[in-house]
Design a protein around this ligand. Structure first.
Ligand code: ZN
Length: 335
């Protein structure tokens, strides 16, 4: 199965194009003074605003009136910085009119807010503008590896004075396929992002066994910044399975032999079989739905969250088992 992968983050929105145009026009690359840029387009004040609001843009597209931006004086400096870029988006995006109240930094909470679709769309557009303004895609690709997401997020957050979450949201999209990136607070997963082309797998539901992940990942990266721990693992996006294994056993027999060789006890064997069956079924359904997905890689990534996985993946015949199992699923579908 030939998997095609696009260059990360190559599809750009019109708001991102607008941000690129502004940077080019003012000959800016990070780090630059955002306030100086903003003051060319709007009056700016830091003041008290109602709770739950990060910033307000006023007099948008009003004839003979300079727009005004008010940034909440109560929020943290990193949040103020992102909000400022977000409000500049409202000022410059042609169809954002009148007055807009923003909840800019809570990107992930947008979908849960009880607001109308039009408001959500406008907020998402301003965020898209702000992310590209603060982390220009071209600048990022020129200066950072596409394979070190945790390190990059930490560095860019510091260079630009923005939050880890804001940097993470953008940089995950510019990272090579296969990466899962998480932030940890007191050992618990707070946020999880996957780079484009990374699907399924790694079910991180609160507790992460970093040790197990690190053992199964092909590459890993970590950093600590602004009292947050960032971890990233790369799992294969393609696992080559033997095409026509010269092995006359059927998949059940191969699996039984693997389980014996891996020395699971009787109870574990039943559990492993059941769990494997489930995740293989899910992977096969996914591959049927989207044939650019790699069956072996999906199984591999799903196994990353299973405590029995490392013993299993060490068995040389595991790929033969997967190849035979895949064949049997296809035969069943055809009949
Ligand atoms: Zn807004």
């Amino acid at each position: 199965m030939a998997a095609t992968h696009k260059t990360p983050g190559l599809d750009i929105t019109s708001e991102e194009r607008l941000a690129q145009f502004i940077l080019k026009r003012h000959k800016l690359t990070p780090p630059f003074d955002l306030e100086v840029l903003v003051r060319q387009y709007a009056d700016l004040a830091y003041d008290k605003v109602p709770d739950g609001i990060d910033g307000i843009s006023l007099f948008l597209k009003r004839a003979n009136k300079k727009p005004k931006i008010i940034i909440s004086s109560k929020i943290s400096p990193v949040r103020q910085k992102f909000t400022l870029a977000h409000e500049l988006g409202h000022v410059l995006i042609p169809w954002h009119l009148g007055t807009v109240f923003s909840n800019a930094a809570n990107h992930d909470d947008l979908s849960t807010m009880e607001e109308d679709d039009e408001y959500l769309a406008i907020e998402a557009e301003a965020n898209s503008f702000a992310s590209e303004l603060l982390i220009p895609s071209d600048w990022f690709r020129k200066n950072f590896s596409l394979e070190k997401p945790a390190t990059n997020i930490g560095q860019v957050a510091q260079i630009q004075g923005i939050s880890v979450d804001a940097a993470m949201m953008k940089i995950a999209r510019l990272t090579a396929p296969g990466w899962t990136i998480v932030t940890l607070e007191s050992g618990l997963v707070k946020r999880i992002y996957r780079s484009p082309g990374t699907k399924g797998g790694a079910h991180l539901d609160g507790l992460v066994d970093c040790h197990r992940y690190s053992k199964l990942a092909s590459e890993r990266d970590s950093t600590e910044v602004m009292s947050k721990k960032l971890l990233a693992w790369k799992f294969p996006i393609a696992v080559e399975l033997p095409l026509a294994p010269k092995d006359h056993r059927d998949w059940r027999e191969v699996l039984d032999n693997i389980l014996i060789a891996a020395q699971y006890n009787q109870a574990d064997k039943a559990h492993v079989k059941q769990s494997l069956n489930g995740l293989i079924g899910v992977a096969y359904t996914e591959v049927k739905r989207d044939d650019s997905q790699d069956f072996g890689a999906l199984v591999w990534r799903s196994l990353a969250s299973k405590d029995y996985a490392s013993k299993l993946l060490r068995q040389p015949d595991f790929k033969i088992f997967l190849a035979k199992k895949l064949q049997s699923l296809r035969d069943k579908q055809r009949s």
